[in-house]
Structure formats: structure tokens, C-alpha cells
Design a protein around this ligand. Structure first.
Ligand code: DC
Length: 228
């Protein structure tokens, strides 16, 4: 059994994973690792280099040059690509589709998963992504599959982008979310799937605080069991 505690939160885009995971990490005094940000950094690299995203062999060949690093500044995760802080750049809407494309490439996943496991081996973590409970940390004591209706997720994304001054039509976001769900769930390499031992939470009608409390409650219960 790992000496560090881990909470794995998987689920589709826009389910609220990152907001919830941050809250859980704070409550448990753990670090938060947003693994999607790492795939986004690789996607950004390929976009910048002009690597065709539908050419898996080329993406795989370029992947080792996309040096992704995660550091914590004042407790917040920052993502670096070849030494440059790209924490903001990876949030551009165009990077979402690029991240989804590169995340289907096995060589990219192997590099990211190795780094994610290294981080989990050194600290208590709350990690969110698509394959954390199934592949990255299959022994995590707490696994949650967090979801919400596609329309609710598209609306949240619309409001989030609007707050950042990016006006993207709701209908476009809804179709992008559905397309990403499809890509992430049907790819051959580590598809997004609920782990058999994960707790399913649908956040469509739950507040962030309610979801955080549910997961923190579960984590505390597991911690007690581990101590017993
Ligand atoms: O969570 P996000 O939207 O930032 O993730 C970006 C993309 O990366 C998403 O389309 C799926 C992929 N991803 C993945 O395949 N595995 C993870 N552990 C995290 C994200």
C-alpha cells in the first residue's frame, strides 16, 4: 500500500472536476494535480509546431520533445512546456480539441502517466482526469466518477469562457463537448470509463460544496479504515 493517500476523480469535460478537486485537496491538505492540463500542454506543443493532430505516428514522434512539467507556486499548480509557463495558454478553446487528439496517442499517455505516478508517489494527491482510477492510480483508496448532463456542462463552460472575455456560442460548445466525450470514451488507449470500484456522482443538480463534502466524507471514511 502506498504511504501516501490518493483521491482519483475522473469524468467528462465540464463536470466540475477541477473546481471540486481543488476544494477536496484543500480540505485534505493534499496537492491537486490536474492531469488534463498536462495533455493540454502537449496539444499546445503540437499546435505550435504545426504537427498534424490526426497523424498519430507524427504526434508520437514529437511527444518526447514536448517537455511538460508541473510545479506548485503558492499552492497553485502551474504547467510548463519546455520551460515556459503555459498555464494560461492551455485554456484557449482551440487547445481543448488538440488535447483530446493527443491524449489518444499511446506514446503521449505513457509519458504523462509515468510523471503522474511519480507525483503521487511523493505526496498526498487529489488527481483528476479520465483514467486516474482505472490506469494511473488503480489502487487509489478513493475513486469518484463525476459527471453531469452535457447541456449543464456546456452551459458552465459558456459562462466560464464569457467571464474570461471569450465569446463562444453555446451550441458550438455543446457540440464540442459531445464530440470530446465521444473521442475520450471510444479511443483504444485508456478510454474514459468509470472504474468498477468508483463512486458515481452526478453534479447536474448539486452545488460545488455539496460535491466536495461528499468526496471529503468518503475520503475521511477511507482514511479511518486504513488506520484501523
Ligand atoms: O480535463 P481537460 O478537459 O483539461 O482534458 C483535456 C483532454 O485531455 C481531454 O479531452 C481528455 C484528455 N485527458 C485524458 O485523456 N486523460 C486524462 N487523465 C486527462 C485528460
Amino acid at each position: 500500500m502506498s504511504k501516501h493517500f490518493a483521491v482519483a476523480i475522473d469524468g467528462p469535460a465540464g463536470a466540475g472536476k477541477s473546481t471540486v478537486a481543488k476544494g477536496v485537496a484543500q480540505a485534505l491538505n493534499a496537492i491537486y494535480l490536474d492531469t488534463g492540463a498536462m495533455y493540454r500542454a502537449v496539444g499546445l506543443y503540437m499546435l505550435r509546431q504545426g504537427v498534424p493532430l490526426d497523424d498519430a505516428a507524427l504526434v508520437a514522434a514529437h511527444a518526447p520533445q514536448a517537455l511538460v512539467d508541473v510545479r506548485y507556486v503558492d499552492g497553485a499548480q502551474r504547467v510548463y512546456l519546455c520551460g515556459e509557463d503555459v498555464s494560461q495558454a492551455i485554456r484557449e478553446n482551440a487547445v481543448s480539441a488538440a488535447a483530446s487528439a493527443v491524449s489518444a496517442v499511446v506514446a503521449v499517455r505513457e509519458l504523462m502517466v509515468a510523471r503522474q505516478r511519480e507525483i503521487a508517489a511523493g505526496a498526498d494527491v487529489v488527481m483528476d482526469g479520465r483514467d486516474i482510477g482505472t490506469k494511473v492510480l488503480p489502487d487509489a483508496p478513493v475513486k469518484v466518477f463525476l459527471t453531469a448532463a452535457a447541456e449543464v456542462r456546456a452551459r458552465r463552460r459558456f459562462l466560464e469562457l464569457q467571464r474570461k472575455g471569450q465569446e463562444v456560442p453555446y451550441e458550438q460548445l455543446l457540440s464540442e463537448i459531445k464530440e470530446r466525450d465521444h473521442n475520450d470514451a471510444t479511443r483504444a488507449a485508456s478510454p474514459m470509463v468509470q472504474a468498477a470500484d468508483a463512486v458515481l456522482l452526478d453534479s447536474s443538480d448539486m452545488t460545488v460544496d455539496e460535491v466536495v463534502s461528499a468526496i471529503v466524507g468518503l475520503a475521511k471514511q477511507r482514511m479511518e479504515e486504513r488506520r484501523a
